[in-house]
Design a protein around this ligand. Structure first.
Ligand code: FVT
Length: 334
């Protein structure tokens, strides 16, 4: 942050309210703008045909079958949203100890990637890389003796990444927080002819209480044993988050993410200021649910808080926001 270079003259020469007097004057001096191009829409996939199922803890959000995700992607592209991010609700029988469904070319995510890229090629498709949707215990990696092991998990993540790249994903989103996974995925992509596939690293991902509704949406709430504090960052730690960003960039990430969003705007600003790379924030399920609950009670005015919350990410320096509000916000922006 820089301090103002010219000292303001004393009142009444300086009346800051002069520039707030009319919509035209306010528009002239407005520093930050939100556009649909700033939004990435996270969506939930489920098995079946021609069906949608609402997620109870996320009003306005539903899981969709692959055939229903295609028109959703079409709508997003038409609204000017540049990217859609896929999360699968994996049936209990597809969750196994070896997590093999994670790299099946026929898993929900990979089928959805192909369907979207065929029907709506102009939208960028982003994926999630972590084992939790496929793991019997809901953890992002393999558990041995009660501990999520790193290196064996990274090998599985690489297989998952290659399957997604093969299916046509534009952006891979490793969200698992294992050490060394960005370098391993980047090397494998290069070796297998997918050097053009981008990586958005969940670099500053905190062990947060705000992910609860997401775990409902992907069916992981009852599966999860224990917590994720041995791999996600302690919410108290700022320096560590910045080190993770530096590390992931050095290993080959093209873009980085801060997650959750609103409680971590200090990190958004610090990452952008320090690294000057494409920086994104994830306004996660708990942030969305919190606002929707208050909006539904009539305690907050919906559009105002949605837009204000998203604009705050731009003001903090983010280049874009993953948000469940994406289509609603894009419609409001016209
Ligand atoms: N790997 C993706 C997430 O964990 C999303 C969290 C949320 O929306 O709460």
């Amino acid at each position: 942050m820089t301090s103002p270079s010219a000292p303001a003259p004393a009142f009444p020469a300086h009346r800051p309210r002069r520039l707030r007097r009319s919509p035209a004057l306010r528009a002239m001096v407005r520093q930050t703008a939100l556009t649909p191009a700033d939004l990435i829409w996270p969506v939930f996939l489920m098995e079946g045909e021609d069906a949608e199922a609402p997620v109870a803890s996320m009003p306005g959000v539903s899981r969709r079958t692959v055939d229903r995700i295609v028109p959703a992607a079409r709508e997003a592209a038409d609204l000017g949203i540049p990217a859609i991010c896929l999360f699968p609700y994996t049936a209990a029988e597809a969750r196994t100890e070896d997590c093999a469904e994670a790299w099946s070319p026929e898993n929900l995510t990979n089928r959805a990637i192909r369907a979207i890229k065929q029907a709506v090629p102009e939208i960028a498709v982003m994926t999630d890389i972590a084992l939790d949707p496929y793991n019997i215990n809901g953890q992002d990696g393999y558990v041995e003796d009660g501990y999520v092991v790193n290196d064996r998990t990274v090998e599985a993540l690489v297989r998952m990444a290659l399957a997604q790249a093969e299916a046509g994903a534009d952006i891979l989103g490793p969200s698992d927080m294992m050490d060394g996974r960005i370098g391993a995925i980047r090397a494998a992509l290069e070796a297998e002819g997918h050097g053009h596939v981008a990586i958005m690293s969940y670099a500053a991902k905190f062990a947060s209480g705000f992910y609860g509704p997401f775990r409902d949406a992907v069916g992981a709430s009852s599966a999860l044993k224990g917590d994720k504090t041995t791999y996600q960052i302690d919410p108290a730690n700022r320096d560590e988050a910045l080190r993770m960003v530096a590390r992931d960039l050095a290993e080959g990430a093209d873009m980085v993410m801060v997650k959750p969003g609103m409680p971590y705007l200090d990190l958004c600003a610090a990452v952008k200021d320090r690294f000057e790379v494409p920086t994104f924030a994830y306004q996660v399920s708990g942030e969305y649910a919190m606002m929707q609950a208050a909006i539904q009670n009539g305690w907050l005015q919906g559009e105002a808080v949605m837009m204000e919350s998203l604009l705050a990410f731009k003001r903090a320096g983010c280049d874009g926001i993953l948000t469940y509000f994406a289509p609603e916000a894009a419609r409001a922006l016209g």
